[in-house]
Every structure is written in structure tokens, then in C-alpha cells.
Design a protein around this ligand. Structure first.
Ligand code: ZN
Length: 183
């Protein structure tokens, strides 16, 4: 088994090197170029004691990458979700208002038409229109509004879930970073 030595960098990290790299240059995670001592001087350096230690080091840097991805993913999802929530909240609000106004206006027109019919027929006709939403010119405007409103509501729910996922991902990556700094 090859002996692994730990070459200290001014940033505080230790770069693992082996005898084969004696006299060569290695780069630290911080970007600094470090000169590996000669074979003789290398033996004075701290030595990596076990394979497990190397494995832990590897796992740590993997975990950093995972956290980075989680952070970026969380941030991206949260931003997209926030934009969607703002947009659909606005649409929902607009449609809610517009829908009611349109509906009232249309019902008023219908009531005027209803006046020409016999009371019983008029009531039946009116109820039929109001419940089924059938008018002479096809789909009543408030049905369309309701459709848009419902789709906005679905978008809102989806975006809220996405925001939750994004925030959890962000929080998890930040908690992980805090913990590793504390160590
Ligand atoms: Zn360094």
C-alpha cells in the first residue's frame, strides 16, 4: 500500500500526496499551486493513517457537491414558484372580480328577456341558464372565466408545492453547510 502524506496549504487544508509526486506541483482545493517536497522531506510530513480517512474525505467533497446542487435547485425552484404564484394570484384575483361582474351583467340581460315569458316558464328557463350556463351564443363568459380561474388555482397549488420543495431543499443545503462549518 502506498503511503499518503498530507501537504499543508496556507488556507488550512491538507492536500494528500504520495511519494510518486515528490518534487512535483499539486493544486489545492483553494486554487493554490503547492510544491511537493522532495522524497526525503516528504517523510517528515504528516501521514494519512488509513484508507478510511481518504474515503471520509472523498465522501465529504461529494456531500459538498450534493449540497451545491441542492442549493441551486432549491433556489431555482423557489424563484420560478414565486413568479408563478405572483402571476397566478394576480390572474385569480382579476378573474374572480371580472367573473362576478360579467356574470351579473349577463344575468341582468337574461332577466330582461325573461320578462316576456310566462312566470313559470321564465323561472324554468332562467334556472336552466343559470345552472347549465347555456346561452344562445354558446359558452357564457363566466364559464370561461371560471375555467381560467380554476386553472390558475391549480397552477397556484402546484407552485406552492414547488415553493415548499424548493425551500426545503434550500434549508437542507444551508443546515448541512452550517453543520460542516461548526465541526
Ligand atoms: Zn489551499
Amino acid at each position: 500500500m502506498k503511503a499518503v502524506y498530507l501537504l499543508p496549504c496556507s488556507c488550512g487544508k491538507k492536500v494528500p500526496v504520495d511519494a510518486g509526486q515528490a518534487g512535483a506541483q499539486v493544486s489545492c482545493e483553494c486554487g493554490q499551486q503547492l510544491k511537493v517536497p522532495t522524497f526525503r522531506a516528504l517523510k517528515d510530513l504528516e501521514q494519512e493513517t488509513s484508507v478510511a480517512a481518504v474515503a471520509i474525505g472523498g465522501a465529504k467533497s461529494d456531500w459538498n457537491a450534493v449540497r451545491g446542487i441542492m442549493f441551486s435547485f432549491g433556489l431555482l425552484i423557489s424563484l420560478i414558484a414565486t413568479v408563478l404564484i405572483c402571476y397566478h394570484l394576480y390572474t385569480y384575483w382579476l378573474m374572480w372580480d371580472g367573473g362576478e361582474a360579467w356574470k351579473q351583467e349577463h344575468l341582468e340581460i337574461m332577466r330582461e328577456g325573461v320578462d316576456y315569458l310566462a312566470p313559470a316558464d321564465a323561472l324554468a328557463e332562467f334556472q336552466d341558464m343559470a345552472t347549465k350556463g347555456l346561452t344562445v351564443d354558446g359558452v357564457p363568459p363566466w364559464s370561461q372565466v371560471a375555467g381560467v380561474r380554476d386553472s390558475s388555482r391549480r397552477w397556484l397549488l402546484g407552485a406552492l408545492v414547488a415553493l415548499g420543495v424548493g425551500l426545503v431543499s434550500l434549508t437542507a443545503s444551508l443546515i448541512g453547510a452550517g453543520r460542516s462549518k461548526a465541526k
